[in-house]
Design a protein around this ligand. Structure first.
Ligand code: MN
Length: 278
C-alpha cells in the first residue's frame, strides 16, 4: 500500500462573501479546482461585525454545499420551502441540482461563530436534478471515540461506523478528528480519491517524509495513495475530506458551476427572468 504524503501546504487567504462575512478561503482562490472540491471556506469570529451581515438570498446551480457549524447558530431558508436553524455541531449537506435560492443568516447577535462551507461539484448528469438535503443534527452524529482520538463521521466509514451520507457519486469521506498529543491517526483512503486535511488547531505531522511546520487554519493537499498516518505533535483538531474526481470540464460563474459557458449564461438568464427555480 502506498504511503500518503503532503503534496502542498496552502495558507488560506482572508476574504469576504455574502453581505460581508469575513472568512478564510483555501480552495477556490485562484480559482483552483481540486476535483471534485470547488471551494473551502472557514468562517469564524468572536466579533459580530465579521458575520452579522450573513448571506442574504442568492442562487446556486450545479453544486453541493456542505455547511458544518462548529459554534454558533445559523437560520436558513430556501426556495423549496425548507427553513430551519443550524446549531453547533450540525451539518447541512445540500445538493442544489438545477437550482435553489437560499439565505444563510446568523441567528445570533453576539458570541463566537465558527464553521466551514465546502463546495463539491456535481457531474453533468446530476446538475439538473431537484434540490435535495441531508441534514445531520449534532445529536445524531456518528462518533468514534477512544483514549487517543475522537472522530465525528459526517461521510464515509471509520471501522464499523458509517456516516449518514450514503450512495453518493463521489464516495465522499468527511471526518472531524480530534487527536491527542503524541497519538497517531491511521486510516486507509481509496487510491482513486483526491484528499485534503484542514488543520483547525494544533500541530500535526503527516506521512513519513519531512514537511514544513503545519499549524492552525491550514489546508494540506495530500498525495494519492492508501495509507494515511497523522501524528498529533500537540493536541490537534482537523478535518479529513476525500472524494472521487468527476473528471468533467467545468465552467464557473459565481454561485453556478456547470460544464460550459453557455450553461452559465443560461443560469444567469434564468435567474434574471425569474425562471431559475423549476
Ligand atoms: Mn449559499
Amino acid at each position: 500500500m502506498k504511503q500518503i504524503e503532503v503534496k502542498k501546504i496552502i495558507e488560506p487567504i482572508s476574504t469576504s462573501d455574502g453581505a460581508g462575512v469575513k472568512l478564510k478561503r483555501s480552495i477556490g482562490v485562484e480559482p483552483n479546482y481540486f476535483d471534485p472540491f470547488l471551494m473551502l471556506d472557514e468562517f469564524g469570529s468572536e466579533n459580530k461585525d465579521d458575520y452579522i451581515a450573513g448571506f442574504p438570498p442568492h442562487p446556486h446551480r450545479g453544486i453541493e454545499t456542505v455547511t458544518y457549524m462548529l459554534e454558533g447558530e445559523f437560520e436558513h431558508e430556501d426556495s423549496t420551502g425548507a427553513k430551519g436553524r443550524m446549531s453547533s455541531g450540525d451539518v447541512q449537506w445540500m445538493k442544489t441540482g438545477g437550482g435553489i435560492i437560499h439565505s444563510e443568516m446568523p441567528a445570533m447577535s453576539e458570541g463566537k461563530l465558527h464553521g466551514f462551507q465546502l463546495w463539491i461539484n456535481m457531474p453533468a448528469k446530476l446538475k439538473r436534478n431537484k434540490p435535495e438535503y441531508i441534514y445531520i443534527d449534532a445529536k445524531q452524529m456518528k462518533v468514534y471515540k477512544d483514549l487517543e482520538k475522537k472522530i465525528k463521521i459526517i461521510a464515509g466509514k471509520f471501522g464499523d461506523i458509517e456516516g449518514p451520507v450514503k450512495g453518493h457519486n463521489v464516495e465522499p469521506i468527511y471526518f472531524d478528528v480530534e487527536l491527542e498529543k503524541d497519538k497517531i491517526f491511521n486510516f486507509n483512503l481509496p487510491s482513486t480519491h483526491n484528499s485534503f486535511i484542514y488543520l483547525i488547531e494544533g500541530e500535526i505531522k503527516i506521512g513519513d517524509k519531512n514537511h514544513d511546520k503545519i499549524k492552525n487554519s491550514t489546508l494540506i493537499v495530500l498525495s494519492k495513495g492508501e495509507k494515511l498516518n497523522i501524528k498529533g505533535l500537540i493536541k490537534s483538531k482537523f478535518l479529513l475530506v476525500s472524494g472521487k474526481p468527476i473528471g468533467e470540464p467545468i465552467a464557473r460563474g459565481g454561485p453556478f458551476v456547470m460544464n460550459t459557458k453557455e450553461e452559465i449564461l443560461e443560469a444567469i438568464q434564468d435567474y434574471q427572468n425569474e425562471t431559475f427555480v423549476r
